[in-house]
Each structure stands twice: as structure tokens, then as C-alpha cells.
Design a protein around this ligand. Structure first.
Ligand code: BDR
Ligand code: CA
Length: 315
């Protein structure tokens, strides 16, 4: 079994990744650590519990982590994910927040890595605040991981919340910098441009429509929370022949390494002081800084297998 821990700021695509993880036969989710990002950390915990309930998996421990970035303040993302982070679909019977573990997410990460040294794939799909705090509390923590897979940052300065910065790295740029410079374990990154704009990483709309029509309870829940953003995407001026999402691909890289078709090793860091470029991931493609690569950038996935993973999760 592959042991994973998911670090999330549970918006819609984090939700998709959680669904995929819970339903993979070879994957054991040891815990879900929550952090502020798309919505505040309490709402993130609520959303995670809601998904676990729909999937009959309230046995998976949920941990509350950092509620603000290392520096700076909360950056709202409700225009995309909804006020509640999950498309504002009413929940008639929300699970109690008392189900959240009393242990802090960062302490849980350190403990789990000691209980399973060299075995955990940590999948980070949110601002990296918890991971930055973890390495400050225990510098040996990253070395006890099997690997870290990040969804975040950008490889060609194409931004989302600023012209040059992707959301997770913009929300907590210091944390992203600390993680890129402080995790000596194997680190893979699925960057923003690959998730959102690559012709090699997207689902044809007709295939996506079929996934959105899966009539199971899980399928209906998934399509309800994704309905508004899917409609918006289809109508947008930037409309492409493909449905694009982000966080599920990080989970796929960890859960099914054979899905990865193309990668590039590079040394990358994060701009912290730029007047207009704060939060941008900067890749030294030419090796000008003479630093060893710290990141395996994932550039292409086997989309047939990726689509099948959605079916496996929702059917
Ligand atoms: C990332 O930002 C968040 O809004 C998504 O959940 C994803 O993790 C994409 O830029
Ligand atoms: Ca996310």
C-alpha cells in the first residue's frame, strides 16, 4: 500500500483530489492536514469532513493547521470556489467540527513521519504554510518522507492571482520559498501552466460531461460542487477544448507514478521581493546558478489513465 498524507485548503479541486485518493485501491490516506487558502482553515476542515462523510470515510483523521500565512494576510478565493469553497451547495446535515483531531496538523505531520519513516508521500495542494512550519520545527522531517508532491507555482511566469504568481505560492510565498529550499527528499511539482493550459493535461469536454453525469451519490455530489465552475469555464473567453483542473494531478503523480509521461529536473526558487513578481516561481533552466535541481517538474500525464481515475472514484 502507498501511504499518503494530503495537505489541503479544500476548494473544489482539492475535493476532487481527496475523492480520488479515498477510492484508490493501493492508497492508504493516513490523514488530511488542513490549512487556510481558498477558504479559512475552519471551513477547510468542514469541507474535508463533508467529503469524508459522502464517501463513508469519516475514519480518516482530519487535522487543523495554520490559519494565516507565515507573513501577510488571508487572500480570498471565493470568486472561484464559492463562499464555502465547495461551490455553495447547501449541506443539510453538516458533520460536526468536533470530529477534527485535537492534535495540530504540523505536529501530526511530524509524528506520522516518525511512525512511517521513508514511507509517506506527502501531497501538498495548498499554500505551503504547514510544510514550512514542519521543517522549522524539525529539520529532519523532510528526510523522513518518501516524497513530496506539490501542486503550485509556475514554470513560465504565467500567473493567476497576480500576473506572475500562482495562488498557492502567492498566498504564502515565504512558505513556498522555505519548502523549495528545505526539502531534500524527492520533490515533484505539477505547476499551474501544465494544469491549466497544457494540451497534454486536460479532459475533452465531452468526456468531462460524461463524468459530470455519473449518477451515483458520489458522482452527484462531485458534479453539484463542480457545476458552477464548470459552467463558468465553458462560457469563458479563454474556453479551450479541454476541461482543466489542478490538485487532482498532484494526487495522481503520487498514487500512480506510471501516469507521468514527461518531466524536467530544475532548480527553482520563489521571488519574495520583486516589485511586481512576488510569489513567482523562478526556474534556473540554464543552470546559471550552478545549483543541483531541487524539483522534478511534471509536464505531461497519461490523460487516458487520469480520466479513468475519475471514473473509478465516482462510479
Ligand atoms: C491552486 O489554487 C487553489 O485555488 C486550487 O485549489 C489549487 O490548489 C491552483 O492555482
Ligand atoms: Ca488547493
Amino acid at each position: 500500500n502507498k501511504l499518503v498524507v494530503l495537505d489541503v485548503d479544500c476548494g473544489q479541486d482539492d475535493a476532487q483530489a481527496i475523492m480520488l485518493a479515498l477510492t484508490r485501491p493501493n492508497v492508504q490516506v493516513l490523514g488530511i492536514t488542513c490549512v487556510s487558502g481558498n477558504v479559512g482553515v475552519h471551513q477547510v476542515c468542514r469541507n474535508v469532513l463533508r467529503i469524508l462523510k459522502v464517501f463513508g470515510r469519516l475514519d480518516v483523521p482530519v487535522y487543523r493547521g495554520a490559519d494565516v500565512p507565515i507573513l501577510g494576510t488571508h487572500m480570498d478565493c471565493s470568486h472561484w470556489h464559492g463562499q464555502d469553497g465547495l461551490g455553495d451547495v447547501p449541506d443539510p446535515d453538516p458533520p460536526s467540527l468536533e470530529l477534527v483531531q485535537s492534535e495540530h496538523a504540523v505536529t501530526a505531520l511530524l509524528r506520522l513521519s516518525k511512525e512511517h519513516p521513508g514511507e509517506i508521500s506527502l501531497v501538498a495542494m495548498a499554500p505551503l504554510t504547514n510544510l514550512a512550519l514542519a521543517v522549522r520545527m524539525d529539520p529532519e522531517f523532510p528526510a523522513r518522507l518518501r516524497e513530496l508532491v506539490i501542486m503550485g507555482g509556475n514554470i513560465n511566469a504565467r500567473g493567476r492571482v497576480t500576473p506572475t504568481a500562482e495562488f498557492n505560492f502567492a498566498y504564502d510565498s515565504e512558505a513556498a520559498h522555505m519548502v523549495l529550499s528545505g526539502y531534500p527528499c524527492p520533490v515533484s511539482d505539477i505547476p499551474y501552466e501544465v494544469c491549466r493550459f497544457s494540451p497534454d493535461c486536460g479532459i475533452p469536454w465531452d468526456e468531462w460531461d460524461k463524468i459530470m453525469a455519473i449518477p451515483t451519490e458520489r458522482g452527484k455530489f462531485h458534479s453539484a460542487i463542480l457545476a458552477a465552475s464548470t459552467a463558468r469555464e465553458k462560457a469563458a473567453k479563454t474556453h479551450t477544448p479541454l476541461y482543466h483542473t489542478c490538485d487532482p494531478y498532484a494526487l495522481m503523480v503520487a498514487a500512480r507514478p506510471d501516469i507521468v509521461m514527461e518531466t524536467e529536473d530544475v532548480y527553482a526558487t520563489v521571488e519574495l521581493r520583486g516589485e511586481v513578481t512576488r510569489g513567482q516561481m523562478v526556474c534556473d533552466y540554464r543552470g546559471l546558478w550552478k545549483k543541483e535541481p531541487n524539483l522534478r517538474v511534471v509536464k505531461k500525464l497519461d490523460m487516458k489513465a487520469a480520466i479513468q481515475m475519475f471514473w473509478d472514484a465516482l462510479q
